[in-house]
Design a protein around this ligand. Structure first.
Ligand SMILES: NC(=O)C1=CN([C@@H]2O[C@H](COP(=O)(O)OP(=O)(O)OC[C@H]3O[C@@H](n4cnc5c(N)ncnc54)[C@H](O)[C@@H]3O)[C@@H](O)[C@H]2O)C=CC1
Ligand SMILES: O=C(O)C(=O)CO
Length: 318
């Protein structure tokens, strides 16, 4: 709850351009007496820009403990996303700064992307497209190519990590494809009675990740449990890059320990310093990388603004 008079609250958005074209920011502006909009903010600029603001809006700009301590008036951080891993939540709590994110703004968009990746891996869409582009169909001895193994999803087992908003919607869509769905116990939660991920991996045909990136989920998928997978298993990550140990997953794919890997998220975004998965895209593997685009439907992006405006309104009038 703000101690500053409601009619003098100052807000700043640090990376407005990350919401894309066609988004109406009015609902946010209306919540604040003063609203400064920056399209993007580099790490060295954050502190200066949040100085004096009571409410800071960030999609992916990092706000760490030192910045929070140095920011004079900061009372509320609104993350314009579901994942809050760019904000030091523990530091905010210790300093009495509230952090609110948005949930369920893009369920349809992210779930459809997850199914897209799952289907593309299962049908070997990318390897077959590559074969066609390389003229293999034209040179074939019969009417079709069949050198990449296609997996029928119906009747197969999907293992989900994370069964919140997105995990449940992916489950609903997977059930429509005739899959059996199993949910793994929450990582790091000792009283969760559901089977552990490692118990479920040997029976998984597809694994899809829908949990936040936290110390408990960092490198949740690694060489140890990749070794438990079926050689045909498909792994999909639309959650956060750091949940998968990327080098281990790539090694597993190269060695045939898993049958496919599709990620919408990488450990570093944008991957300015390169990334092992990007380097491997030309190797002819059943590997797909999309550029954190699962959430991009216009309906989802506008909903972020509306839900964030509600976050501010609820904070002002608890
Ligand atoms: N690729 C993209 O465009 C998008 C990615 N995301 C990612 O998907 C994740 C899941 O989103 P939602 O399903 O909407 O979130 P949610 O909060 O509704 O569900 C998260 C689920 O993960 C579980 N979980 C597992 N380990 C956890 C831990 N250590 N701490 C807290 N919860 C844990 C929770 O119990 C819950 O079932 C987000 O955290 C975000 O990282 C979200 C939106 C778009
Ligand atoms: O909402 C999220 O967590 C996303 O990754 C999209 O910004």
């Amino acid at each position: 709850m703000p101690t500053t008079p409601l009619n003098s609250l100052k807000g700043v958005i640090l990376d407005a351009a990350s919401l894309g074209e066609g988004v109406d920011f009015d609902p946010l502006e209306q919540q604040l007496a003063d609203f400064v909009r920056w399209d993007s903010t580099g790490p060295g600029q954050t502190l200066t820009r949040i100085q004096g603001a009571h409410v800071v809006f960030t999609n992916k700009v990092v706000i760490d403990a030192a910045m929070m301590r140095a920011a004079d008036n900061l009372k509320l951080i609104c993350v314009l996303a579901t994942g809050t891993n760019n904000v030091d939540i523990a530091a905010a709590e210790a300093l009495g700064i509230e952090v609110r994110n948005v949930n369920a703004y893009g369920t349809a968009s992210v779930a459809q992307h997850t199914l897209t990746l799952m289907l593309a891996l299962a049908t070997r869409l990318v390897p077959y497209q590559r074969s066609v582009q390389q003229g293999e169909w034209q040179r074939a001895s019969m009417f079709c190519l069949m050198h990449h193994p296609v997996m029928q999803l119906s009747g197969k087992t999907l293992v989900l990590v994370g069964h919140g908003e997105l995990g449940q919607e992916v489950e609903r869509l997977a059930l429509a494809f005739g899959m059996h769905v199993k949910v793994a116990a929450r990582p790091g939660k000792t009283d969760d009675t559901r089977p552990s991920l490692d118990t479920l991996l040997p029976e998984a045909d597809v694994v899809s990740l829908h949990c936040p990136l936290t110390p408990d989920t960092q490198h949740l998928i690694n060489q140890d449990n990749l070794a438990l997978c079926k050689p045909t298993a498909l792994l999909v990550n639309c959650a956060r890059g750091g949940i998968i140990h990327e080098q281990d997953a790539l090694n597993a794919l190269r060695q045939g320990l898993i049958g496919g890997l599709a990620v919408d998220v990488l450990t570093q975004e944008p991957p300015r310093d390169g990334n092992v998965l990007l380097d491997a895209l030309h190797e002819g593997l059943n590997l797909i990388v999309t550029p954190h685009s699962a959430w991009l439907a216009p309906e989802a992006r506008q909903r972020i603004i509306e839900l964030s405006a509600k976050n501010v309104a609820d904070w002002k009038n608890p």
